[in-house]
Each structure stands twice: as C-alpha cells, then as structure tokens.
Design a protein around this ligand. Structure first.
Ligand code: NAD
Length: 278
C-alpha cells in the first residue's frame, strides 16, 4: 500500500498517514513502533516529553529500513525553549533516537506566559540550517503565535500540529495555514477516545456505507480534508485497521456531514488549550 505524500513548503515530502506514540510507555515503544513498521507505517511522530525516543530509535535501528525511507518527527519541550536549550534538546533527542537528523522538529507548545516561543523558533531555524532536521514547524500555535514568529524571523513554519478532529476543527488556524502554505498535522484525530465520535450518526453512516469501521471513516475524512494524520494504537490489529484507509473514498456529502459535527463553539476540544499550557 502506498501512502500519499504531501510536499511541505521546505520542499521535503511527508507521508500523509503516520503513527503517533503519545502515551506509549517507554518500555512498550520499541514493540509498538516495530509492529507499526511491519504494518507499513514509515512516518513516526514522537516528542522529547513522551519519554520514548529511545524505544522509537531501537525499533528503527532493528527494522533495517533505509533512513531515507522513514520520516521521523520529534518536538522541543517547553522547558527547553529559552537560551541555548533548543541546541541541547535536539542533540539529546537525536542521541536517544540514534539518528543523525530528524525529518521534522517542532516547538511543542507556545507556552505564551514564558514568552520564549519566538526565540525557540529562531533556534529551530539555526538547527535546520545546521542539518539536524530537514524541516521545522510548530505545534499548538494559534494565529497570534504564528503571526509573531513570522514577524520576528521572516520564516513560515512548514507545519502546525494541532488538536483537530470532526468535533474541533480550529477553522481560524486552518485558514491561517492555507493562506501561508503551512501544512496542518492533526493530533487527537480520533478525539483520543474521549469524544464520542464513533457513535456520531454522520460517522456511523459513512462507515456503514463503505463497510469500514468508524475509526477508518474518520481517518479517511482527515486525509480527504488534506490533513496529515497519525493515529495511535498499541494494538497491532488496530494499527493495521488505521492504515487500511486507501481502498475507499468518502463522497462530498459524507465529508460535509462529518464537517458539520463541529458545534463551532470550541466545546469539542479534548486536550489542553494553547493559552493555558505551560
Ligand atoms: P488519537 O485520537 O489517535 O486517539 C488514540 C486512541 O484512540 C487510542 O488510545 C485508542 O484508544 C483509540 N483508537 C485508536 N485506533 C482505534 C481504532 N481503530 N478503533 C477504536 N479506537 C481506536 O489520539 P492521540 O494519540 O492523542 O493523537 C495521535 C498522535 O498525535 C499522538 O500519538 C502523538 O504522536 C500526537 N499528539 C501530539 C500532541 C501535541 O501536543 N502536539 C498532543 C497529543 C498527541
């Protein structure tokens, strides 16, 4: 199965479907990522704060897959944004991953009360220019944060990774991204199992019409909306299910019905709010 790629503004290609490892305990990460690679995933999304970069790296090393055939993302945690923190943090992440470079390095949260995210972004530019990451981007940045880092540095992030699923679509951020050529990566694509997406009539109807699971219908919705998506599961059968989403296509009406799930008032959010996270 060939996963479609999206060409980022950096000129590098990213597989549109990947595997995320948030909350995968360090001891389980190697097994989970090994199984994901066996299923066919070639794009892995981790972060320093997940504490599982070593397990991700061990799975990559054992897989024997050529480095250029993999896309690996990690993220700078909030307490390393200031001073030379980012320089040290990327080297620690690379060391744990056993890699010479990552494909994508992200500022994990703006943590605006610290007021160091713009500095962190300027360091990510240096880190990219030093060859330690191919592309750079941000996560959980709202338009006000995106405007600020572009104003301060002139560099537009290749991606913004945000909470996004049918019940919480963040139209203001996706509009900013579309205008600036920034790709949207989605986290919590299935609502982290906290929002009752799978029982929603629009999701259930689309799933039934195509003979797929509700999770597959939601992942397909993300792909057809043009988002980059990396659902998480530590169960191999679910990894395979979540990867098996290229044999059907939602109709425009099905996409529109799932679009309409968002109540539009922010109440579908399941994770932290960027202005409150430190
Ligand atoms: P998710 O929406 O992918 O939900 C994961 C949960 O959904 C699993 O724990 C499982 O319970 C359930 N699930 C998975 N596949 C299923 C299936 N086929 N059928 C039924 N249930 C299924 O949420 P997530 O893990 O938070 O998000 C995906 C990835 O996004 C993470 O692993 C991580 O890489 C990234 N992430 C980033 C941030 C950030 O701040 N940048 C925050 C959270 C997550």
């Amino acid at each position: 199965m060939t996963v479609p790629s999206i060409t980022l503004s950096s000129g590098h290609d990213i597989p549109q479907l990947g595997f995320g490892v948030f909350l995968v305990p360090p001891a389980e990460a190697e097994k989970a990522v090994s199984e994901a690679l066996e299923v066919g995933y070639r794009h892995i999304d981790t972060a320093a704060i997940y504490g599982n970069e070593e397990g991700v790296g061990a799975a990559i090393a054992k897989s024997g897959i050529a480095r250029e055939d993999l896309f690996v993302t990690t993220k700078l945690w909030n307490d390393r944004q200031a001073g030379t923190g980012p320089d040290d943090a990327i080297r620690e992440s690379l060391d744990k991953l056993g890699l010479q470079y990552v494909d994508l390095y992200l500022t994990h949260w703006p943590a605006p009360k610290q007021d160091t995210y713009s500095h962190a972004w300027s360091k990510l530019i240096e880190i990219r220019d030093a060859g330690l990451t191919r592309s750079i981007g941000v996560s959980n940045h709202l338009p006000e944060h995106l405007d600020r880092i572009v104003k301060d540095t002139g560099e537009v992030p290749a991606v913004d990774q945000i909470e996004l699923h049918p019940a919480y679509q963040q139209a203001d951020v996706t509009a900013w991204a579309a205008e600036h050529g920034t790709a949207i990566e989605v986290w919590g694509p299935l609502g982290q199992g906290k929002y009752p997406l799978f029982e929603n009539p629009a999701v259930a109807a689309a799933a039934e019409a195509h003979g797929v699971s509700p999770a597959q219908a939601v992942i397909r919705w993300h792909l057809q909306r043009g988002f980059i998506v990396f659902p998480k599961s530590t169960r191999k059968e679910r990894m395979a299910e979540n990867f098996d989403v290229f044999g059907f296509e939602l109709s425009d009406a099905e996409v529109a019905a799932i679009d309409a799930i968002d109540p539009g008032d922010g109440s579908g959010r399941v994770g932290a709010h960027p202005l409150e996270k430190h």
